[in-house]
Design a protein around this ligand. Structure first.
Ligand code: ZN
Length: 104
């Protein structure tokens, strides 16, 4: 199984950080959840997914390339140190939902 391609982040270490919402790891990686198609920062408040459903990426752009969408709670694509613009994939990020859209 392929988790991390280009960094020394072991899946079990990432999962530990995720399970404990370890702030030291915020900005180090994002986690894509295969059951939801969403990727998150390690500090996200959503329920911790099963390890089987986790794919770890060192950059949001990598998660997007793998088909994951950014979580609307923790906004991994905007996180300090992770800003997706840094990867040169700016532009087509959809704007935040307006109030009406969000409440309908
Ligand atoms: Zn999240």
């Amino acid at each position: 199984m392929r988790y991390i391609r280009d960094m020394n982040l072991a899946p079990d270490v990432c999962y530990q950080a995720l399970a404990s919402r370890d702030h030291r790891f915020d900005g180090q990686f994002v986690v894509g959840v295969t059951s939801t198609g969403i990727y998150c920062r390690p500090i996200c408040r959503v329920r911790c997914p099963k390890l089987d459903h986790c794919r770890f990426f060192v950059h949001p752009a990598a998660a997007e390339r793998a088909g994951f969408r950014p979580c609307l709670r923790c906004r991994p694509e905007l996180a300090p140190g992770l800003a997706i613009q840094a990867a040169g994939i700016a532009s087509d990020i959809p704007p935040a939902l307006s109030e009406e859209e969000a409440s309908s």
